[in-house]
Design a protein around this ligand. Sequence first.
Ligand code: ASP
Length: 328
Amino acid sequence: MPLPRLLVLSLGGTITMTGGGTGGIQPKLGAADLVAAVPTLADIAEIEARSPFRLGSSSLTIENVAGVAGAIRDGFAEGFDGAIVIQGTDTIEETAFALDLLIEDEQPVVVIGAMRGAEAPGADGPANLYAAALVATDPQARGLGTLVVLNDEIHAARFVRKAHTALTSTFVSPFLGPLGLVAEGRARLLARIAPTPKLPVPADAVLPPVALLKFAMGDDGRLVRALPGLGFKGAVLEGMGAGHVPGVIADMVGELAGAMPVVLASRTLGGPVFTRTYGYPGSEIDLLGRGLIPAGLLQGPKARLLLTFALAAGLDRSDIAGVFAPYQ
Ligand code: ASP
């Protein structure tokens, strides 16, 4: 029996970082180096290793990730059975969700990184790459969309969040938990979720700038007022609690929603944006009445990706509301 074929794409991140001292670690290694560091991968899959970027993940762009999605789609069309994307953990939750939206194929896509540099004692990169290969070659992972695998846990792209700056257990799926785990050299998938509705855009699509604003006590709205003049084509507002802003700026937020599609998310750790509970100025009922679109269970950065792709696909306001409907 031939081994499954895996496409491994490295974008950078701590997992690729070496060096240190006062200059700090930097992304130096490529996918082939990382694969070579885990000889047992040769028993699991035939691997093609590519290194499109060597970046800290805070420097990745949505265009970069759309290009990676295109490379994976092409790879699946060529016959790869699964794909692994290696990158920095800082933005894994965004890359994973973007790939989940952009890739319609059934083959598993697994995004991984590491919390410790490649030369650090107890480096977690090799173990995460090994676990990712087990998941990406497991037939049970087909049709689950993009997954994030770190610390032997398997998370769904839609729910996963980085929750700690340092611990190898940093990834969590609040109020859901991981879909499964890797133990004794095999993936164990314990739950399946409904697939994320796909919103593919061409790999070379022009992506419109979408702002993400988080509100805090006493916000006087000056950033909200500035957004249209800054060239943004859409905005995601991370309101307080279930989706609230200071009452004194509710008019301003309504004017913004008249100028561009505006999505209302929550700055809390979990739970849906409300739609029908609070009725005071700046509350969710007030803001949705002014034309904002509720993000549902999507956190701000993921809502921003969905809005970006919806705008890139040329959808109008009511179609955009429809795109967010499955997340309510
Ligand atoms: N700063 C790193 C990055 O996101 C963190 C990591 O990879 O864990 O590139």
